[in-house]
Write a protein that binds this ligand. Structure first.
Ligand code: KIV
Length: 280
């Protein structure tokens, strides 16, 4: 039977996420900063410090711009800003593919320097040895199959997976390899809906969908896409729940015009010798 979430502020661990298979959908979002983690923490089960941070916050063209240092710095900020959510930090491209030894050293550094609950890495059959080595060292791993953004250059773009019998079979094999290697959950990205639903039925660990299926055990979106803050490409599968681009644009327009018209700062925003005290 699926386990329910605790109602206290106790940090959710990877094991609790694993036991949510088939229960109330697991709510996940990316977070990269302290204030966003503070705002999201009460509402989500899992915060992913995704390597999408390289594109979303740092302006790189692909997630290949992420480094171990970048992921650790953002992981630390998200840990400081959250008390309850299970925090998972992405392993950036180049930090784990070469060997199980390399993967374990990088995972140990991420967990040691951030205190996060788990790491995530992209790949299925080809990364099973890496996953197994990290899990054997008691570090929980989340898998990531289907569209793998770290392979976007190799794939010639962001391509939906599972349109042919051959690629469906490969996806199922990837999901089963990730499960067998000991991952506690797996992200399925950019896949045909029925394929993601079928994989969800076939494996015993929770599937977290993004551009996948409502039948997955949970859902994840990039937070900046979800709140309408992303300035570059937004994938078709995103639902935008707010329009923060407009909110910020209007605020900047009003601020600029008030500064030019000498309306800001007004009397409430300046100090005199007789009022306001010493604290800014
Ligand atoms: O890096 C990321 O944000 C991700 C999610 C899209 C799952 O991997």
């Amino acid at each position: 039977m699926a386990t329910q979430l605790p109602t206290t502020d106790v940090r959710i661990g990877a094991d609790l996420i694993r036991r949510r298979k088939g229960g109330t959908p697991i709510v996940c979002l990316t977070a990269y900063t302290y204030p966003i983690a503070r705002l999201l923490d009460p509402h989500v089960d899992l915060l992913l410090v995704g390597d999408s941070v390289a594109m979303v916050l740092h302006g790189h063209e692909t997630t290949l711009g992420a480094s171990l240092e970048m992921m650790i710095a953002h992981g630390q900020a998200v840990m400081r800003g959250s008390a309850r959510a299970c925090v998972v930090v992405d392993m950036p491209a180049g930090s784990y593919e070469r060997s199980a030894v390399q993967a374990l050293a990088s995972a140990r550094r991420i967990v040691g320097e951030t205190g996060c609950q788990a790491v995530k890495l992209e790949g299925g059959v080809d990364m099973a040895r890496q996953i197994a080595a990290i899990v054997a060292a008691d570090i929980p791993v989340m898998g990531h199959i289907g569209l793998q953004p770290q392979s976007v250059e190799k794939d010639g773009g962001y391509k939906i997976k599972g349109r042919t019998d051959e690629t469906v079979a490969a996806l199922i094999a990837d999901a089963q390899a990730v499960e067998k290697a000991g991952a506690f959950s797996v992200v399925i990205e950019g896949t045909i809906e029925t394929v993601a639903a079928d994989i969800t039925r076939r494996i015993a660990i929770p599937t977290i969908g993004i551009g996948a299926s409502g039948d997955c055990d949970g859902q994840i979106l990039v937070v900046d896409d979800m709140v309408g803050l992303t300035v570059d490409r937004v994938p078709k599968f995103v639902k935008q729940y707010a329009d923060l681009r407009s909110v910020i644009t209007h605020a900047a327009e009003r601020y600029a015009s008030e500064v030019r018209d000498r309306v800001f700062p007004g009397p409430a925003h300046v100090f005199s010798k007789t009022n306001g005290g010493d604290d800014a």
